[in-house]
Write a new protein. Structure first.
Lengths: 299, 449
């Protein structure tokens, strides 16, 4: 009897396991082995919680409450083994790249922010012990400060990102590091050109797209960022350059429209409404006046 | 309505008989007082429920984030719908020259007045913060069908009241000296509402002109009132509402509900007020045919409304239709379609079913079904939003009307019944002058009781 029960329980597990099986998500070995270079602090976890609430909760639900969105395959609850068995590097890769219904967050969150989310996720795993990566160095060189600066040439054909290291009074261009350039827009940034390495002068040269829409004066907000966030931390700069096509789009609440305020009612609607109301109520007044006449005639 | 009145009926002896027949039940008697006090008591119980809602807010109802339009808005649509019959009987049939509608025209008008007046109150019952009602006029947007709805409901109510008052002016004058059995305040009211009417031909001429204007105005306004009510739903993209035929679909449904309301009142007037001489078997037969006609048109619109999307089965429409046909709402849906539409239509084909008593029962069933029909239009769509329902308490998933909410709804129906009772009991329910004129013009035609 007991054996029979055990058999059925096992069978149940096997069958359930078969159906729950989805194609494994292969993570490249080097990404899977990647680790955070800094120890997770409470501040990291708090930031991570806020980021989780804003970006992840709508599908993954509240960790441990198993209230995930009903999708096939279902997104794992962050507290579940399915998620927690991933290495830190695998989680980082999966959040960055995305797959299927899971969106890619690499252009929405930076690497440090993703590590913060992982720090938060690991609070739901009692057995978790953080392993740290050895902090890489840049050919033995250490800088007090590393800066990126964005400029455009006269003809607006090339955008230059200048990478410079500062150490005391020493100012030195940094060569051979990859820089990414983005144009800021609603709902995630747009990558401009492709990631470029800095040359011997510390310059990464991006060719400027001809058809990038700017604001009314052609201004475009740009963000340049060092791809490797582990060498010097997050190195990032934001600039507004007049490299875009001047685009004058009046805001949607400017013209008369159905969705606008009452002062901006479409004319056809205003006329139809007011005319109907005036005609009908005008006749009502006429009818009421007739009532007076009837009454007067009877006196 | 004729353009001229032959005032010789005033000298006709028949007028005395007609006036005394119709004015006999008028007044305040014991049974009326008992009836009205019971209704008042019921109304107070329902007002207490409304007090609870005012105090605690809409949380005492079953309305939540998903189903924010429940019983109240369904009830509103029902009230607007039923009130439309005033237009159908008095304006459309009256102006086309159908003489048989004369005795029941005022009954239809009473329904129009009572139901359109209460419809406005029903909307307020759906408001969590009713003191913000003036905001509609202060900050309302002409672009919003809600503002159109407020406009047309007010206009239709005004027109219905005016039509009711105008067509009653000669009766008020005829009643002078004939209502000695009624309380003095009522006699005063009659005097006031007769507007010095002395049956002068000029007075009749102006009166008929004014009534004609009202009858014409009321047709587009009535179309507007219910079309706009349907647009409150149809201007959204939600499954079950996203339909181009919603305007006519609502209108024809309204005629079904309104005609059955008229039949119910006709039966009560005929039997309680002993007016079978004026509201005859023939009238029930005609109303039965009218109910059949509006039902078959409504059936045709139902066929379009459900068969066409059911043939295509687009994802969200399919979910909605399956819910109606075989799901949670299937019992209510099929009951409403069978009892409120298909079975009455079949029964009305038989002459024996168009007699007063069977018609009365059919009309009650049809009217109740048409109330539930409105619930079926509002609730299932609200329960099925496009985005998945998640992270909310289980009670929010499905709409369950509460006792407080039901009591408030009963209160609005009670209020409508009270208005109808007052108008029917204190004023002549059949137009005396129109009947007298008709009988005087055709003295040889005697009605079959």
């Amino acid at each position: 009897m007991i054996l029979k029960s055990i058999f059925f329980v096992l069978l149940n597990f096997i069958v359930a396991g078969l159906f729950a099986q989805t194609t494994p998500w292969d993570v490249p070995a080097d990404r899977s082995a990647k680790l955070s270079t800094t120890a997770f602090t409470d501040q990291n976890r708090n930031t991570g919680r806020n980021l989780y609430q804003a970006n992840c909760k709508s599908c993954h639900g509240d960790p441990g409450k198993n209230n995930v969105i009903k999708l096939v395959p279902p997104p794992p609850d962050p507290a579940a083994t399915q998620l927690q068995q991933n290495t830190d590097g695998s989680l980082h890769f999966k959040i960055s790249e995305g797959r299927g219904a899971m969106p890619s967050f690499k252009n929405i969150l930076n690497s440090a922010e993703i590590w913060n989310i992982i720090a938060f996720l690991r609070t739901f795993n009692k057995d978790y012990q953080q392993q740290l990566a050895v902090k890489p160095t840049f050919g033995g060189e250490v800088f007090d400060k590393v800066e990126l600066k964005l400029t455009a040439d006269q003809t607006h054909t090339t955008i230059v990102a200048q990478l410079t290291g500062f150490k005391g009074s020493l100012v030195k261009p940094i060569a051979g590091l990859e820089v990414k350039l983005f144009a800021v827009r609603y709902f995630g940034n747009l990558m401009v050109d492709k990631p470029m390495d800095t040359n011997a002068e510390g310059k990464a040269l991006f060719s400027c797209p001809k058809n990038l829409p700017g604001d009314a004066s052609g201004n475009v907000s740009l963000v340049a960022q060092l791809s490797n966030e582990e060498l010097f931390g997050l190195v990032k700069t934001e600039s507004t350059l007049a490299i875009g096509l001047p685009t004058d789009r009046p805001p949607l609440n400017e013209p008369r429209a159905l969705w606008n305020v009452v002062q901006k009612t479409p004319v056809w609607l205003l006329i139809s409404y007011l005319a109907s109301v005036l005609v009908v109520w005008g006749f009502i007044v006429v009818v009421l006046l007739k009532l007076r006449t009837i009454s007067k005639l009877g006196e | 309505m004729a353009s001229e009145v032959n005032t010789k009926f005033l000298q006709d002896k028949r007028l005395d008989r007609i006036a005394s027949d119709i004015l006999r039940p008028v007044g305040v008697d014991r049974s009326f007082l008992i009836w009205m006090s019971s209704l008042t008591m019921l109304l107070f119980v329902c007002l207490y429920a409304y007090y609870i809602q005012l105090d605690k807010g809409l949380i005492v109802t079953g309305l939540r984030d998903y189903v924010s339009w429940g019983m109240y808005i369904s009830n509103f649509v029902f009230f607007v719908a039923t009130s439309l019959v005033g237009m159908l009987i008095s304006s459309v049939l009256g102006m086309m020259g159908y003489k048989w509608v004369k005795p029941i025209g005022r009954i239809a008008e009473i329904i129009a007045v009572a139901f359109s007046a209460v419809a406005g109150i029903v909307i307020v019952s759906d408001m969590g913060r009713p003191e913000r009602l003036p905001f509609v006029f202060m900050f309302g947007r002409i672009q919003s069908p809600i503002l159109w709805d407020v406009t047309v409901v007010t206009t239709y109510m005004t027109l219905s009241i005016l039509l009711y008052v105008f067509t009653m002016i000669p009766d008020m004058a005829i009643s002078r000296g004939r209502i000695g059995h009624t309380p003095p305040w009522l006699q005063k009211t009659y005097e006031l509402l007769s507007f010095n009417f002395q049956h002068k031909p000029e007075q009749y001429k102006i009166l008929l002109k004014a009534v004609r204007i009202l009858l014409i105005l009321i047709v587009p306004t009535a179309f507007a009132i219910h079309t706009v009510t349907s647009w409150l739903f149809a201007v959204t993209t939600r499954p079950g509402w996203d339909s181009t035929i919603f305007g006519p679909y609502f209108l024809t449904g309204a005629f079904v509900a309104g005609s059955s309301a008229v039949i119910i009142l006709m039966f009560i007037v005929r039997n309680n007020y002993k007016l079978s001489r004026y509201i005859t078997v023939e009238h029930f037969d005609k109303m039965g045919k009218l109910l059949f006609l509006v039902s078959i048109v409504y059936f045709y619109f139902n066929l379009n409304e459900y068969l066409v999307p059911a043939y295509k089965m687009k994802t969200f429409e399919a979910r909605h239709l399956i819910e109606l046909f075989t799901g949670e709402f299937a019992f209510m849906f099929w009951s409403v379609q069978l009892l409120g539409l298909i079975i009455p239509m079949i029964l009305l084909l038989f002459k024996s079913m168009r007699k007063p008593a069977p018609m009365f029962i059919i009309a009650i069933v049809v009217l109740i079904a048409s109330w539930f029909k409105r619930l079926l239009i509002v609730v299932p769509t609200m329960e099925a939003p496009f985005l998945p329902k998640q992270n909310v308490p289980d009670a929010w998933m499905v709409y369950h009307p509460t006792i407080v909410e039901s009591a408030i709804t009963v209160g609005t129906i009670t209020l409508a019944v009270m208005i109808i009772s007052v108008l029917m009991k204190l004023f002549p329910v059949i137009p005396i002058w129109e009947i007298a004129e008709e009988e005087s013009a055709h003295p040889d035609q005697q009605p079959v009781e």
